[in-house]
Design a protein around this ligand. Structure first.
Ligand SMILES: [Zn+2]
Ligand SMILES: [Zn+2]
Length: 177
């Protein structure tokens, strides 16, 4: 019973880590850590992502420590490490797709607005990328029925051949300029 609970706790643990890192490290003006500088570059340049090699060193330390706990704690420790790592990798894939690929379903559609609101309306809101859970818990959630984006920075999937919002998404986005 403990092992499945540890698996879920690992997954939820990543979503909390994602929230805290994004809110307090990536958007902290005093943080000079490479990943914070890289994140602000991701905000400035649509389509820019921190190279995997930059993230790998931090990820290896954290995931290595979690897997190490598996040797001390047994199956629940490994399950926590697995849940955390799998959800982290899911975040990496989802975040990239939010910027470069059209939404595959209504949840993807909603999460893209949630994240693009963070990018273009208020970077102090909506820090959760894979879910709004911790924004709701900590009071940083802002609804995003319509997102306004400067035209040159709009993700490619949002545009039709003429460079206007694709009719499928036109009710949810406005282009500025
Ligand atoms: Zn982003
Ligand atoms: Zn951000």
């Amino acid at each position: 019973m403990l092992t499945p609970i540890a698996l879920v706790a690992g997954a939820v643990g990543w979503t909390l880590t994602e929230y805290l890192l994004h809110r307090f490290v990536f958007h902290n003006p005093r943080a000079r850590a490479t990943l914070a500088v890289e994140h602000l570059k991701h905000h400035r340049i649509e389509g820019y992502f921190t190279p995997a090699s930059e993230k790998a060193s931090a990820a290896v330390v954290v995931i290595g420590a979690l897997v190490g706990s598996g040797f001390l704690l047994g199956a629940p420790g490994f399950a926590f490490a697995f849940g955390f790592t799998a959800t982290y990798l899911g975040y990496e894939v989802f975040h990239r797709r939010a910027h470069v690929a059209p939404p595959p379903n209504r949840i993807g559609r909603w999460l893209r607005r949630h994240h693009l609101h963070h990018h273009f309306k208020n970077p102090q809101s909506n820090h959760g990328v894979t879910s709004p859970l911790w924004d709701l818990v900590f009071g940083t959630y802002e609804p995003s029925p319509v997102v306004a984006i400067p035209r040159p920075r709009a993700p490619g999937w949002l545009l039709d051949a003429a460079g206007d919002p694709d009719p499928r998404y036109a009710a949810e986005y406005r282009l500025l300029g």
